[in-house]
Design a binder for this molecule. Structure first.
Ligand code: AHR
Length: 498
């Protein structure tokens, strides 16, 4: 058995948590839209064709924003194809994924779906094959009240009121040569700056996300951020980071240490933002949008019929170790919530997603659904900096990886603390002495855990094998309590405090 200590204090506040760090992503890719959120004729579909079984699951994880419509897809997308009478919309070859895009679902349907799913849109514009002109037209179409060409077009399409979309992405992964309209940092920085300028002239209330690197491993990483930020600094509010992890080598010990790399990536991007802020003598701070993150590899190499509509693409079935890493990534996002203001688990339904559906059938929760649900539900309010004293270990790629990784949140009304913790050790329990230094009369109210499963155990439509369960409540002696964290466990421990 190992031992650790975690100390929390009201005054060790990292930041208020922006609830948008519990965002997600729906791309026109595979069965994310068609057969995912939208399936007219499905037994649970409403009059708009929105699957209510999917919406019920989304409501459980309470996702405040959803990025749309891509992803790689957006870099070849003509948004005008997806508005107006459905029978007049063109079917197009979708070049990012090699499928057929029927355009039966577009911007207005997405805005309606967001309302039904109790979320808000985070809209990406195409800065790949298109540019500032089409981007500002879309802002006018979505956000202007009426009396102008594009806003009146929206009204004529049946949406009298503007959608009032507040958060916009200036393209997607423009640093990647797989992207339609791939650009150098200078080319992209200039276009992003000009698009940002006229999008904000069209609606000054919007916030904008500049494309950062599509991965920390890109050769251009660092220089890309510095160059593009310098060219567009004052116009943008966030810069994006994308981070996917895999366990291709089947080295689970190393896999579970990957959140250390996410932390390093975030901290490095913060340094670059602040370097450019200093260089430009600016008072403006650019924050981070981790707008694609997850585990992604199980489905790689899956075959599908080219140019078919909504094929089964990127349908990773997640296991228990993926849920642990997702928990660790959430801990990392919360611990960096002073600068990470937006984050989107990629994606939401069917495509590398916490929610899966059967065509015309059931919807079900993957293993990764649960840590995301816990963080979204209990990780609101403010983040407290945990002072963690724990044993460490080395893995193939990382040194000094903490056995216990944790974050803590204080609810908005100041009466509840939630500790999120993962024990990375494969064999041993870890007894954590939690010291709630300046909180009065702490009482444990719940200890939820996911532990004891085979690392490769999965959920399916037929069996919810990997699910949260209750663990014994820790008992306080004054301000201290001992909490037992089982080997390879995700833990959510909630306390009432005064
Ligand atoms: O989420 C899947 C894809 O991953 C997105 O389309 C792209 O932005 C990223 O490479």
């Amino acid at each position: 058995m190992k031992k650790s200590k975690i100390t929390l204090a009201r005054e060790f506040k990292i930041s208020d948590i922006d609830k948008r760090i519990y965002g997600s992503f729906v791309e026109h890719l595979g069965r994310a839209v068609y057969g995912g959120i939208f399936e007219p004729g499905h037994p649970t579909a409403d009059k708009n064709g929105f699957r209510q079984d999917v919406i019920d699951l989304i409501r459980q994880i309470d996702v405040p924003i959803v990025r749309y419509p891509g992803g790689n897809f957006v870099s070849g997308y003509n948004w005008e194809d997806g508005v107006g009478p459905v029978d007049k919309r063109p079917k197009k070859l979708e070049l990012a994924w090699g499928t057929l895009e029927p355009n039966e679902f577009g911007t207005n349907e997405f805005a309606d779906w967001c309302k039904a799913a109790n979320t808000a849109p985070m809209m990406a514009v195409n800065l790949g094959t298109r540019g500032p002109e089409e981007a500002r037209n879309l802002v006018e179409y979505c956000n202007h009240k009426g009396g102008s060409y594009w806003s009146d077009l929206r009204r004529s399409h049946g949406w009298e009121n503007p959608h009032d979309i507040k958060l916009w992405c200036l393209g997607n992964e423009m640093d990647g040569d797989w992207q339609m309209g791939h650009k150098t940092a200078v080319e992209y920085g200039r276009v992003a700056n000009e698009a940002a300028k006229i999008m904000k002239w069209t609606d000054p209330s919007i916030e904008l996300v500049l494309c950062g690197s599509s991965a920390r491993t890109m050769k251009t990483f660092g220089e890309w951020e510095a160059t593009t930020l310098e060219l567009a600094y004052d116009k943008v509010n966030y810069i994006s980071l994308h981070q996917y992890f895999n366990n291709n080598d089947n080295d689970s010990k190393n896999f579970l240490a990957h959140s250390v790399r996410l932390d390093d990536y975030i901290k490095t991007v913060i340094c670059i933002c602040d370097y450019i802020k200093g260089k430009l003598h600016s008072k403006h701070t650019v924050n981070l949008s981790v707008d694609e993150w997850n585990v992604w590899y199980h489905s790689n190499g899956a075959k599908f019929e080219k140019w078919s509509k909504a094929p089964h693409l990127l349908e990773d079935v997640y296991n228990f170790e993926d849920a642990l890493l997702v928990g660790l990534m959430l801990i990392t996002l919360i611990n960096n919530s002073d600068r990470v203001k937006v984050a989107c688990m990629a994606q939401l339904v069917n495509v590398i997603a916490p929610i899966m559906t059967e065509d015309s059938g059931r919807a079900w929760a993957q293993t990764i659904f649960y840590p995301f649900m816990h963080a979204s539900k209990y990780g609101r309010g403010s983040a407290l900096r945990p002072v963690i004293d724990t044993t460490k270990h080395d893995t193939r790629e990382y040194n000094d990886v903490p056995d216990i990784d944790a974050c803590a949140t204080l609810s908005e009304d100041g009466t509840e603390i939630t500790l999120f913790a993962v024990n990375r050790d494969f064999e041993e329990d870890n007894i954590v002495t939690l010291n709630l230094t300046d909180f009065e009369d702490p009482q444990a109210i719940e200890h939820i855990t996911m532990c004891g499963y085979d690392l490769k155990a999965e959920n399916t439509a037929d069996s919810q094998t990997v699910v949260p369960k209750s663990a014994p409540l820790p008992v306080f002696d004054g301000k201290k309590a001992e909490i037992k964290l089982a080997p390879l466990s995700w833990n959510v421990v909630r306390f009432k405090v005064k």
